[in-house]
Design a protein. Structure first.
Length: 523
């Protein structure tokens, strides 16, 4: 009896793993596709899609071969399956692709973000659609500018799995107004634009992907391409390897509708083999009135990202007559190792509109160093395009934060690979600071390890110094107050606290710190 059951289970497994044509799928060869890499197979493939749709849906199957095609219009209930050895190649002739769609509103965002019919595989107002491998989709271009590879708009129950996308001149996988999306095991190779872009989409799962592209690897957007704001929300990204010359994981720049309930975990971020080093590892941006709320990012390993972490609340207000500043709150980033970074991470809000409740925990930074302290003054630039490098060389070598309420820095370590003449951390207009278990390499030239300017309600505890320093912390600004320095190992500090003339000495309290015994407490 057990033998019969085992055989039945084996037979079911074999049948489920059989290719689509064996289970009665719609073979593109049966509709006249040649698969010789020369013949335009667009009409034959579309005929297979249309036949399947008329019969209620099914699998459109590509046997081994090279299928040259223009725009394919995917319909409800249809999954394209590319077998091992099958390549769907974008036609080199622009005339083989659908033109940009007419919209009932004036577009605000760029063409790549706005339009979805100019694509190799396009779907709109469809349900239960998919693309799966193990075959290849080739964008067949050598530079940016051309059709999207997969573009899906206002659709639900979307599955893109185990397929390789290469040489894409536009967004490799572009989603607008979609729900219940599963992207798993997708490889994007040699992309010239973004890798995977969910825009105004909900319930999106991206997992086990390898993305190698010039522009952003994974970029969440909440653009105005639907003609009205809509949030991108309930998104998970996990177990991915990201390689880019721009941003590995980014939310924004298009940020009208907002981002909510986003979770990113277990990703490795690396420089590509050619081109400039990546701009950033993690970039969270609200500049068009968006609400960014409830974001968790954990277990990230990155190397050579110029800026490891960039969190920005600005007020560009694209397409808005009276641009309102948005909100950026409740962000938790933990277990990050960032090596060979060249510019400080930053968390910046606006005067009167701070970033709220941000937690950085178990962060290990290796900074290249080489910077010079010039001034605490950093341009506000609320309307400037948000980019992790937008402020240039910041006053700190590892972390700069301004206009933040509720900042937790726990077990943050930063070490220098070369000499740097700046403080490790500069905090400006920060309220409610919890700095615990830290260790920062000090800058040279008499710089303090920490510089707190206009900081209120701060607790510095459990910190260590990696080597002898002239000054542990400098406090400046007339608003500074309620700063407690407690339970730190400061034996390597020649001076503990320097309070400038503009700040009150009573703004700082020292208690339970371990010192060398000769260091003056507060000057």
């Amino acid at each position: 009896m057990l033998g019969v059951v085992s055989c039945s289970l084996w037979l079911c497994a074999c049948l489920s793993a059989a290719p689509a044509w064996a289970a009665g799928g719609f073979n593109v060869r049966d509709r006249g596709a040649k698969g010789d890499g020369k013949t335009r197979d667009t009409a034959a493939i579309q005929a297979a899609i249309d036949d399947a749709a008329r019969q209620g849906g099914g699998i459109v199957f590509f046997p081994p071969g090279n299928y040259l095609s223009g725009t394919l219009r995917l319909k409800s209930g249809i999954t394209l399956e590319l077998s091992a050895g099958a390549v769907l190649t974008a036609s080199p002739d622009q005339a083989d692709f659908d033109t940009y769609e007419e919209l009932p509103f004036k577009p605000v965002d760029d063409r790549e973000t706005t339009y979805f019919r100019y694509a190799l595989i396009a779907a709109e107002n469809a349900q239960h659609v998919g693309v799966r491998g193990p075959g290849i989709i080739d964008g067949n271009r050598s530079k940016r500018g051309g059709p999207k590879t997969i573009a899906i708009k206002n659709s639900s129950q979307v599955s893109i799995r185990n397929v390789t996308i290469r040489n894409s001149p536009n967004y490799a996988v572009s989603l607008l107004g979609c729900e219940d999306v599963d992207i798993d095991g997708v490889s994007v190779l040699n992309g010239f634009s973004d890798g995977i872009d969910p825009d105004c989409s909900r319930f999106v799962r991206i997992a086990n992907c390898y993305i190698d592209t010039w522009d952003d690897a994974i970029c969440l957007k909440s653009s105005q391409a639907l003609g009205k704001p809509r949030a991108t929300e309930h998104v998970t990204v996990s177990n991915c390897v990201l390689r880019t010359n721009c941003n590995h994981f980014k939310m924004g720049t298009e940020s009208r509708g907002g981002f909510k309930n986003i979770a990113v975990s277990n990703c490795t971020m690396l420089r590509r083999d050619a081109g400039r080093p990546p701009i950033s590892g993690i970039a969270l941006e609200s500049v068009d009135g968006a609400e960014i709320d409830s974001v968790t990012i954990s277990n990230i390993n990155m190397r050579e990202a110029r800026v490891p972490i960039f969190i920005r609340l600005g007020n560009r207000g694209r397409g808005l007559e009276r641009p309102p500043p948005g909100t950026l709150r409740d962000v938790s980033i933990s277990n990050v190792v960032a090596l060979a970074a060249s510019l400080a991470s930053s968390i910046t809000g606006l005067a009167g509109r701070p970033v709220e409740r941000v937690s950085l925990t178990d962060i290990n930074l290796q900074m290249n160093g080489g910077g010079q302290f010039k001034s605490l003054e950093v341009p506000e630039a609320p309307e400037k395009y948000p980019e992790a490098t937008m402020f240039g060389e910041l006053p700190a070598h590892s972390l700069y934060a301004r206009h933040v309420h509720g900042l937790v820095l726990r077990n943050v370590r930063a070490r220098l690979a070369g000499e740097d003449r700046r403080p490790a951390v500069v905090l400006d207009d920060v309220a409610g600071l919890d700095l615990n278990g830290f260790q920062f390499d000090p800058g040279a030239g008499g710089m303090p390890v920490l510089w707190l300017h206009q900081v209120t309600g701060a607790l510095l505890t459990g910190g260590q110094l990696s080597r002898e320093v002239p000054l542990f912390v400098r406090v400046s600004g007339p608003k500074s107050g309620g700063i407690s320095v407690m339970g730190n190992d400061l034996r390597l500090a020649r001076k503990l606290v320097d309070v400038t003339a503009a700040a009150e000495h009573s703004s700082v309290t020292l208690s339970g710190n371990i010192t060398a015994g000769k260091a003056p407490a507060i000057d």
